[in-house]
Design a protein around this ligand. Structure first.
Ligand SMILES: Nc1ncnc2c1ncn2[C@@H]1O[C@H](COP(=O)(O)OP(=O)(O)OP(=O)(O)O)[C@@H](O)[C@H]1O
Length: 273
């Protein structure tokens, strides 16, 4: 068992007391004998944009699914607003965390407004009817993401970038303090990747929600995110981008034959050899 020093314990309790969500020595994976990552102690404060980074197969999606409560943890505990996740009813959890996964093609036959309305599902009555309050949240989400012109369209008529914004609006309509997203910029061009991440940054600032997303866009994440959760070789660390850069952990993330981390520009570059 990993023993924390007094100072580490003090820092951890300071961090977790302010956090909306925190984990204690969480172990994630699909088989007890083969965990993906262990001893995960992360804390998600309000109004932060936080990226989960790591090489392919490191466990980014597994961590997101574990935090969202759809993949049970192997060990340790996860607390949301100081309640243990296993003590929350499904609907209570849906009022605290919204999850946007990459492939949600089953929703593409719906209109934009219908898809966003699904975000209100945890709050609607057994008839599934949206109340005035639901409609206010839906309208606010559409306005925050700036997709008023797309409202009447079918989701299968949208570009990937537009669909991504609609998925963000659905999560906003759910009105949870934490939004989790798996690769929100996949399939987008360079400009639209930056646009979506800027939008997420503004949402976290303006709504006080925390947005945690898995991404391969490490260069953009280092520039835009308040904090980074880095998964490497079964170990997870969370810190501000500049601290991770200073510690040199990014330099050791990938084999150095093709790319390297350039400290000056704080980004990965192609190696010249
Ligand atoms: N449902 C599952 N059952 C068993 N193993 C799984 C399952 N899903 C993923 N894995 C394994 O867990 C490990 C982590 O996968 P995960 O998808 O979390 O990584 P990732 O960092 O999100 O990867 P990528 O960047 O390629 O999307 C991989 O070895 C993967 O094969």
């Amino acid at each position: 068992m990993v023993a924390f020093t007094k100072k580490e314990n003090a820092i951890l309790s300071m961090k977790t007391s302010k956090a909306i969500l925190h984990t204690e020595k969480l172990q994630i994976g699909y088989e007890a004998k083969n965990p993906i990552a262990s001893d995960i102690s992360i804390a998600i404060p309000a109004a932060k944009l936080i990226a989960i980074i790591g090489v392919n197969g490191a466990g980014k999606s597994t961590l997101l699914k574990s935090i969202a409560g759809i993949q049970p943890a192997l060990k340790g505990s996860l607390h949301i607003e100081n309640k243990r996740i296993e003590n929350l009813q499904k609907n209570e959890l849906a009022e605290l965390i919204s999850l946007v996964l990459t492939q949600q093609n089953q929703s593409k036959n719906l209109s934009v407004i219908e898809l966003i309305s699904l975000g209100r599902h945890p709050y609607t009555n057994w008839l599934g009817v949206n109340t005035r309050q639901d409609k206010i949240h839906i309208a606010k989400a559409i306005q925050q993401v700036g997709i008023e012109k797309l409202k009447a369209k079918k989701c299968n008529e949208l570009s990937d970038g537009q669909l991504q914004k609609v998925m963000i609006a659905r999560a906003l309509a759910q009105n949870t303090p934490v939004i989790l997203m798996d690769e929100p910029t996949s399939h987008l061009d360079m400009y639209h990747k930056a646009q979506v991440l800027h939008l997420l940054k503004n949402i976290s600032l303006n709504t006080q929600k925390s947005i945690v997303f898995a991404t391969h866009e490490i260069n953009l994440a280092l520039q835009l995110c308040d904090e980074i959760i880095l998964i490497n070789d079964g170990k997870v660390q969370q810190n501000k981008p500049e601290v991770l850069i200073e510690k040199g952990v990014l330099s050791n993330l990938f084999p150095k034959d093709l790319i390297h981390f350039d400290i000056q520009s704080k980004s990965f570059k192609i190696s010249n050899n």
